[in-house]
Design a protein around this ligand. Structure first.
Ligand code: SF4
Length: 363
């Protein structure tokens, strides 16, 4: 069976909201996917599918429901992706602002359902910073679940809950929408959230202390005990460094490309040209494997885990980079646990260590 990949297609970074900890940069209008580029993406998908099984296809933004180009909107995009017959599951995250209007929700999900040959997962972002859970009620979630129950509709609603360190959004939703599946993730220090580290569930790599995970602790515990195949009792004493290294094997490193005008190796490095795979229209079944052939440190991340990979280069690092690494691995530095280790990897990059390693090991 082919390896599985999970590409995320960004239609636009335009949005109809200005969340204070937006993953992107609120109000930034750098990327708008044209119809022509999208059609080239469909060709890429057919080529890539020769080598990879496309597990999930994310159709994201900014806000995908505000995107339009040459008569196409997100319903047309999802239909065209479904009709490739190459994608197991299509997921559209949304902030739900346009779903507050029942007529819009009805019209959009009827069109999506009629245009696809599979169930489409619609992830509604519900979070403190989305300000869409008012007095325990979430209007767009109500409209979304109504649409999911409508005969002939083929959408599956899930609540995408991004938890801050001190946050009970998940508990309120569980109480008021017990039938809605929640995918709970921790706030990530990316985009506008980059300066909000204090609100990001985090831990130090130099201890076993897990108290800084806050409201995300029970989800982290469940994820860790299932992926490390350990008993609950063992969880508290396991060194955080070992946990984050092991979790990074589940970060889909090299299997979660992010696509705007170009295919990027992964979201955290979309702005780093060193991680560009190919322009849209230029992706082939060989591109990802050939790219990994030229990036030894990425191959080490995938085979050893992100922390063992960087540690394996320690002897070759100059003293100042070893000091930075010791700092990162020390008890006084907090790292975000978002994306199962990718934020640790991003931190290593921000310290200049991956660049230094690339200089040491060009291949
Ligand atoms: S952030 Fe690092 S670990 Fe995560 S996918 Fe990218 S290269 Fe891999």
């Amino acid at each position: 069976m082919n390896d599985r990949i999970y590409p995320a297609l960004q239609l636009t970074d335009a949005c109809n909201k200005r969340c204070r900890v937006c993953l992107r940069v609120p109000g930034e209008k750098v990327h708008h996917m044209t119809r022509t580029i999208f059609e080239r993406y469909l060709e890429d998908i057919h080529r890539v599918a020769v080598r990879f099984d496309i597990g999930f296809q994310f159709v994201t933004g900014g806000e995908p429901t505000v995107w339009k180009d040459e008569g196409l909107d997100v319903a047309d995009v999802i239909s065209a992706l479904s009709k490739t017959g190459k994608i197991r599951s299509i997921t559209m995250p949304t902030n739900g602002k346009r779903l507050e209007k029942k007529e819009f929700a009805d019209q959009l999900f009827t069109r999506i359902s009629h245009g696809v040959d599979q169930t489409v997962i619609v992830g509604l972002s519900v979070a403190e910073y989305q300000e869409n859970l008012i007095d325990g009620r979430c209007l767009p979630l109500g409209h979304l679940t109504d649409q999911a129950r409508k005969p002939g509709n083929t959408i599956m609603p899930i609540a995408l809950v991004t938890l801050l360190k001190n946050d009970d959004t998940d508990l309120i939703l569980k109480q008021n929408y017990p039938d809605v599946f929640q995918r709970v993730t921790p706030l990530a220090p990316m985009g506008a959230g980059e300066n909000e580290m204090a609100e990001c569930p985090s831990l130090s790599l130099g201890s076993a202390d897990k108290s800084n995970l806050g409201s995300f602790l029970p989800y982290f515990r469940r994820d860790v005990t299932s992926r490390l195949k350990i008993h609950d009792e063992a969880f508290d004493d396991i060194p955080n460094r070992h946990i984050m290294n092991t979790l990074s094997f589940s970060a889909h490193c090299g299997r979660s490309p992010f696509v705007d005008k170009a295919w990027h190796y992964c979201l955290p490095f979309r702005d780093n040209p060193d991680f560009d795979l190919a322009p849209v229209g230029g992706m082939t079944e060989k591109t990802l494997d050939e790219f990994l052939e030229t990036r030894e440190f990425l191959r080490r991340i995938r085979s050893m885990g992100v922390l063992d990979a960087v540690e394996s280069y320690r002897p070759k690092l100059k003293p100042r980079f070893r000091e930075k690494l010791d700092d990162l691995l020390g008890p006084d530095t907090q790292v975000s646990v978002a994306y199962r280790g990718c934020m640790v990897c991003k931190k290593i990059a921000e310290l200049g260590i991956w660049d230094e390693i690339r200089k040491l090991n060009p291949a």
